[in-house]
Design a protein around this ligand. Structure first.
Ligand code: SF4
Length: 173
């Protein structure tokens, strides 16, 4: 069976960090599922940047339906939490769960997420959530041992959009 990996992709910079850190050999397919991103124009800007990397690196990209209501319904109780709190945990969970489910239904051997490469996010928590989901769904979660960040000059050279806030409406303010 092919060593295929469905990679939840949150933004272009995290994707570049992931690819830069990867030492294993996978057939990667990108999965842009981010219902947390607000507003829609921002969702599109990030998607365009990912499309550019997918073309450059010759990686297929799957774009499921944008479902912001799902995110808002599940997190509204925690809207006043600081970044890194319970709201973010649910935000990770929503995106990882959908990725794992899609991977399972479409015969991927592995799934992973570029969220683990963001210096602003708790990699241990994301790994913990993803491993739990992997066990429940009986699929393999792949994580990186070390993150090798892409150089600023390289990002500049690629001329890709780099966001100024995490993503949700709460993080804008
Ligand atoms: S701050 Fe970022 S991780 Fe936390 S809920 Fe908002 S978009 Fe998700």
């Amino acid at each position: 069976m092919e060593n295929n990996l469905l990679l939840h992709t949150c933004c272009a910079i995290c994707l570049l960090n992931f690819l830069n850190s990867l030492k294993d050999n996978f057939k990667i397919i990108l999965f842009y599922y981010n219902p947390n991103i607000h507003p829609f124009q921002e969702y599109e800007k990030r998607l365009k940047a990912i499309e550019k990397i997918s073309r450059l690196k010759n990686l297929d990209l799957i774009i499921p339906l944008y479902t912001p209501i799902e995110f808002l319904n599940k997190t509204k109780e925690y809207r006043k939490e600081k970044e890194g709190g319970k709201r973010c945990e649910i935000c990770f969970q929503i995106r990882i769960e959908k990725t794992a489910q899609f991977a399972k239904e479409n015969n991927f051997l592995y799934f992973s997420t570029t969220l683990i490469t963001s210096p602003q996010k708790d990699k241990n928590l994301i790994d913990l959530l993803a491993n739990k989901i992997a066990k429940e769904k009986n699929i393999n979660y792949f994580t990186l041992k070390e993150i090798s960040f892409i150089k600023k000059e390289e990002i500049k050279k690629l001329d890709i959009y780099s966001q100024k806030y995490c993503g949700c409406i709460y993080s804008i303010y």
